[in-house]
Write a protein that binds this ligand. Structure first.
Ligand code: SF4
Ligand code: SF4
Length: 295
């Protein structure tokens, strides 16, 4: 059993609420520990901060201090952060306190659509790389943008995506460990678990290439839609290791070295570029990667 408890979630009224009032937070944590019949929390989360002023209140009101004290006493084992905002995430990550993240990832938010579409596509991808580089795992929240993406009438793209496409999209992002959609009942759980059974074609989200905004075109999203490569390269993984290594991930070069085929094995056939929905010029990128890793 793993417990994840959010310091600032407030269920006093019987409904979910949010508070930065210290005494309420203390009472709520006490109530949650008693209700869960536990004397420890695996992940104590700095909960749902989206602006600099949220973060300032969190510190000024003593909630961060309370959380750190709980960690010192062994009640909390790791500290997490839940946010929708890249700028705030970077600010809190700079403190070095956080081991785990909850972050909202879906094609809508990454492509400027929806209430929590914070930051540019590049800024968001750079953040995912930062998580992976610093060994901070992401649990993805809102993978379907609150359900909007699953219905063509509400999807900002005018086309519905499936749950499985959205889950695969999130899982392909650097740093992502798991995807946590909201569930209402057992049937929802059954449907979600269907992800483990469906074919790669049913998880393929390359349709996104038809509505990718300009600032996200030309960047590899590691989807591997361009496979198979006649030279046997794992194109998505090669791109991911390159991007992570250039972002400062010290493990990425080792992972790259262990691949069976490297960018230098590219025969420049252009098959991948023809297939890529995101307009990535992979033969050029492979030259860049081979020169960077000398392999
Ligand atoms: S080159 Fe294009 S199709 Fe291939 S993995 Fe990258 S984004 Fe996907
Ligand atoms: S251009 Fe290179 S990476 Fe792309 S399919 Fe051909 S050999 Fe593979």
């Amino acid at each position: 059993m793993r417990y994840q408890v959010h310091f600032s979630a407030n269920y006093e009224t019987g409904q979910y609420g949010w508070t930065t009032e210290l005494e309420t937070v203390k009472k709520q944590i006490d109530w949650m520990l008693r209700s869960l019949q536990t004397d420890y929390i695996d992940y104590g989360f700095i909960h749902c901060l989206d602006t600099q002023s949220d973060w300032e209140d969190y510190q000024k009101n003593g909630i961060l201090e309370f959380l750190l004290e709980q960690k010192k006493q062994g009640v909390v084992r790791h500290i997490g952060l839940s946010t929708h905002t890249p700028a705030l995430a970077n600010m809190v990550l700079d403190t070095g306190l956080v081991d785990q993240m909850m972050f909202s990832i879906n094609p809508g938010y990454d492509y400027h659509h929806g209430d929590y579409a914070k930051g540019s596509a590049d800024e968001r991808m750079a953040l995912y790389r930062r998580y992976e580089t610093e060994g901070i795992g992401i649990s993805v929240m809102k993978p379907f943008s609150g359900g909007q993406l699953l219905d063509e009438k509400t999807s900002p793209f005018g086309k519905a995506l499936t749950m499985y496409q959205c889950i695969q999209y999130a899982l392909d992002k650097p740093g992502v460990l798991t995807v946590l959609p909201g569930i209402r009942n057992v049937e929802d759980v059954r449907q979600l678990l269907g992800f483990l059974e469906v074919s790669p074609e049913e998880r393929d989200y390359s349709v996104l290439g038809t509505f990718t905004p300009q600032d996200a075109l030309g960047s590899c999203v590691y989807c591997n839609h361009c496979q198979p490569c006649p030279a046997g390269l794992n194109i998505g993984l090669i791109n991911k290791y390159y991007d992570l290594s250039t972002a400062g991930d010290t493990m990425a070069a080792d992972h790259y070295a262990k691949l069976e085929k490297h960018a230098s094995d590219c025969v420049n056939c252009g098959h991948c570029s023809d297939r890529c929905p995101f307009q990535v010029n992979q033969p050029e990128k492979m030259k860049q990667v081979a020169s960077y890793f000398q392999k």
